[in-house]
Each structure stands twice: as C-alpha cells, then as structure tokens.
Write a protein of this length. Structure first.
Length: 492
RNA sequence: CGGGAUGUAGCGUAGCCCGGUUAUCGCGCCUGGUUUGGGACCAGGAGGUCGCAAGUUCGAAUCUUGCCAUCCCGACCA
C-alpha cells in the first residue's frame, strides 16, 4: 500500500516525513521552505492554540496584532537583536509590478517603485512592538503591559523540515513591559511554567526547564529560559522559550516611565513564544511505525466510530445505535467522528485512523448490538477488547484520561532512561554516539569549552536546569573546576 | 549556501547507459455489480507539458546547459 511508512529503525528522518505527509497533517508547498498545514494538522494546532490562549488569558494577558513589516531603521535599533536575525531576513524592497515589455504576458518588478526604506518581514516582533510601546507608556500607571499576539513570522532558513523548521511558521509571541526588574523576571518564569504545564499536561511530553548559556541565548535578551524535550531518537528539541530582556529594548526604543517619586527609568521587558514546531515535538515524542499517536486532550478526533455492516438494512440499525453513542459521548464533551462512509471498508478505516493517531476506536456491528457491546481499541497500546454499551460514554471518558496519563508516563520513563550522568570524556563521547539523550556533565562555564565540545561531538548545552543541584566537579573536557552539571545533547 | 542523490498520472515505479510508431506496471480514481469483524473482488473506463526552460538533432523521457523542488551530509537555526 502507498500509505505504508518507513519504519523508525530504517530511517528516522524519513519516517517523520512520511508520517507528516501520509497522516494528512501537512504538505509541501510550491514555495521553498514553506508548508501547507492541512485541515487535520490545523485542527491540531487550533486545539493547542486555544488551550494556550486560555492559559495566557488566565495569567492576565490580552491579545493584539502588530504589523508583518518592520521598517529597517526600527529593526536595527536593538543592535544585538538585529545582528542575531540579520542573516535570515526576507526584505521587501518594492511595492509594484508592471507588465514586462520584453516578455509578453509576464510581469516584472517596477524599478520606479522602489521603497525609500526597506521593510523587513518580521522574524520576531520586538522592534515594532517596542516602537509602539514607546507611545503607550509614560507612567508606572501604564504598566504592566501584558500582550500576546498570534502571528506568522519568517526566518529564511537554509534547510527546512516540516513543522520543525520552515521558512514561515505560526507562533505566538508574548511581549510584556514592567516597572521593575523583579516583576519582569517573575513574568519570564511564570510563562516558562505555563509552557511547561501545557506541554506536559496537554501534549503529554515531559520537559526540562532551564536557562540557556550565553551562547544559546536569544539575541537581545539578558537571560533565556527554555523547555527542552526528548525525542524518540534521543535528540533534544527546544519546545519553547521565555526571555528576560532587561532594559535592552526600552533603551533601544527610548521607552521610559515615571515612578511614584517622579523618577524616570527605562521599562523592563520580557518576550516568550512557542510555535508550530511543537507539532513536530508531539509527533516525534509519541508516534510509532503505524502512525501518529495523539494525546487525547488535544487530538482533533478523540474517538472514531466505525460501523461494520452487511447491506443497507443492517447499516440503518447500526447508524441508529451509533447515533445514541455519539450523543452520549458528545454530552461529555468528547470529540467524536462517525465514519459511515460506504466507500471504504472497515479494515481500511482501522488502518487509516491508526495512521492519524485517533486515541480510541469503536467498531460497531450487528453482532455487537446483539450482545450489547462494542469493540473498543486504543491507539497507544493497540489493545482491543469488547466493552459493554452500558455506561460506555463514562468508560470512554475515563479511558481517554488514562491514555493521556499513560502516554505521559511512558514519555517520562523514556526521558529518564535517556538522561545519563557522566564524568569521563571517553564515556561522554560514547554516550552521545551510542545511547543519545541528555548527558548530564560538568562544564567549566566558558563559551570556548562549550564551542569545542560542540565541534567535537555535535552536542550542545541544552540548558542549565532550574533549581540545579550545586556540586563541585571538574569539567568533562578541560577538567577545570565546576559547580554544577549541565545537560548536553544533540538537538534539532 | 557547499558536497552527494533524486524528479516519469494523485502515490510508488519501468524505460534513460545505447535518441526512433500510441511511454510500462501496480495502487489510487470513475462507472456497473458483488461485498463489508484488519488496508475486498470482477468487468469496463478515464487520467501524462516524462520537474521547468533553452540547446543539439530529421526526431529528445533518453544527450548538453541553466534553473526549480525534494531528500541525505555539512554550515546556520525556534
């Protein structure tokens, strides 16, 4: 069959690509590096987005929207930020096309329509937002500003992968302004917690909260906090970041406020974001060689009902019985799909919904109706059993909760199993090559050492875990004294 | 952006080295029928700018050049 996947053992990257395409999450587009998110993939994103949006609002944030274009002069105002993104910016230089006199029916860029000032297509929005905040903030009474925006951004990547790294991607970016450093730091940490809670509770992917080394820090930030997740191939994936921006942007855009004593000071800032990359994390953390495995809480379809019938007559009986089950499930808020499409047969549907990762499948035939049961199959364990129709909805509701929990537990076990403490260089290299995962090792704290380790092993410091145990040791590479272990891994 | 590979119907492919009627096969698709508890079967049918553009040639899927896209490996990165 054309729908068969490359297995993970054969070729992990190919498996991932096959899975994204064949499960109907996304397609390649005719634009280099850009993908089409298909309805099934977008439904997943909507569920993630809606939950995150709710959590942002519960923590006092409101949504707004800022322009896609950033004038170059604004973009370059915060130098480090601009420098960090300069290499991957798309730039608008003209505003008009015209008929090409030398090429009938074709268009050309009108050389007379060159912009006075180039517009950068936002790779992130700090510049345009802080330029705007300048006009909004005069007094401590104007603070804090707690704004989030759902948007697309463009980063002109050399090498792209569906969901993990595309030239254009969807994300949310929170941009907050505060009167004090402490408040801004608290905000940064609060949003990191929101991300960690979301990814663990809704996506069933355990994460390590930590801070980035200066090397890996967001351009223009004082401190970058992150959540790091572990994929099934032992590679790490940065799932979200939250930045304490200090007064860097306030200084760059001259955003000052008067405090209660009428003293002027620069405003303190944070920014934080997660993107459609999370979908890549979801896929690589849970799925298997048969297809996706969706955590129930964000699965576009939580339960699919497949009728098994012979002829129109039995179909009518089953349709009616199924409708009763659907009503009960919907009453509990369960997202259910009844696939009574006559064009494909049950076996085909079973395989198809396994590929799409639907957590629970109910098969319903005359035989079941006679016995007052349904065939219930769960995607994560492939377990199949006969279940009484009495109290079915409540049972399924609990089953979905169990699946969610077990998927998380399984991922936690994997992460624990693939986190190894290590004190010798030879073992360090061997671990990265043979076992993968996080390697917890001492580091002398210098960028030079970090760089050398990266050159020799391709592993980077994923983060310095929050609340890290302080212990004296010696650097894995240089043997110099160290006060704590950091997490190394090869990463996406 | 550097090195390598690939591109033939919606998908997977044969043909290409060695140019020559109407481009092969399977899946999928359409019509009719029989079916339906793990990717059904029979019969008939439709579907192709051979990635795109130039060139060589009487003639190009096949040879040459350029471009585009995808994958793998590097550099870069959420």
């Amino acid at each position: 069959m054309s729908k068969e996947l490359t297995t993970r053992a054969e070729d992990y990257s190919q498996w991932y690509n096959d899975l994204v395409l064949k499960s109907g999450l996304a397609d390649h587009s005719s634009v280099r590096g850009c993908m089409v998110i298909k309805p099934y993939g977008f439904a997943l994103w909507e569920n993630m987005r809606d939950q995150l949006d709710k959590m942002f609002k519960e923590t006092g944030h409101v949504n707004a929207y800022f322009p896609l274009f950033v004038p170059k002069s604004l973009f370059e105002a915060e130098e480090k930020n601009a420098e960090g993104f300069a290499k991957e910016c798309a730039i608008v230089t003209h505003y008009r096309l015209k008929a090409d006199p030398n090429n009938k029916g074709k268009l050309m860029v009108d050389p007379d329509a060159k912009l006075e000032e180039e517009l950068i297509i936002r790779p992130t929005s700090e510049a345009i937002i802080w330029n705007t905040y300048k006009g909004w903030i005069q007094s401590y009474r104007d603070l804090p500003i707690l704004i989030n925006q759902w948007a697309n951004v463009v980063r002109w990547e050399m090498r792209t992968r569906l969901f993990l790294r595309t030239a254009e991607f969807l994300w949310q970016e929170g941009h907050t302004a505060h009167a004090t450093k402490q408040e801004a730091v608290e905000e940064t940490e609060r949003m990191l917690d929101v991300y960690a809670d979301f990814v663990e509770e809704y996506m069933a992917v355990p994460v390590i909260k930590g801070i980035k080394t200066p090397n890996e820090r967001f351009a223009g930030a004082e401190e970058t906090y992150c959540i790091e997740a572990m994929m099934q191939d032992g590679k790490a994936l940065q799932a979200g970041t939250s930045h304490f921006l200090g007064q860097n942007f306030a200084k760059a855009f001259d955003v000052k406020f008067s405090d209660k004593n009428n003293t002027l000071d620069y405003v303190w800032a944070t920014s934080w974001g997660v993107s459609t990359r999370l979908i890549g994390a979801l896929i690589m953390a849970h799925s298997d060689d048969q297809g996706l495995i969706m955590p129930p809480k964000i699965a576009p379809i939580q339960v699919v009902i497949v009728p098994v019938y012979k002829g129109e007559e039995s179909k009518a009986v089953i349709d009616e019985k199924a409708q009763g089950i659907i009503n009960e499930l919907k009453a509990l808020g369960i997202r259910v799909k009844y696939d009574n499409n006559d064009n494909s047969r049950p076996g085909w549907k079973f395989a198809e919904y396994e590929l799409k990762g639907v957590p629970v499948r109910i098969a319903l035939g005359l035989r079941d109706i006679e016995n007052n049961v349904v065939e219930l199959a769960r995607r994560d364990t492939k377990e199949k059993k006969s279940q009484s129709m009495d109290g079915l909805a409540a049972y399924v509701n609990q089953l979905l909760a169990d699946i969610q929990q077990q998927m998380y537990d399984k991922a936690v076990a994997f992460q624990t199993e693939h986190t190894t403490a290590c004190d010798s260089w030879d073992e360090f290299v061997k671990l990265l090559d043979e076992k993968g995962g996080f390697v917890s090792a001492h580091w002398d704290g210098t960028a030079e050492t970090e760089e050398k380790i990266k050159e020799q092993t391709k592993a980077t410091i994923r983060c310095i875990p929050l609340n890290n145990v302080q212990e004296s040791g010696s650097c894995i590479l240089t043997g110099k004294p160290s006060t704590q272990r950091v997490l190394f891994a090869r990463a996406y």
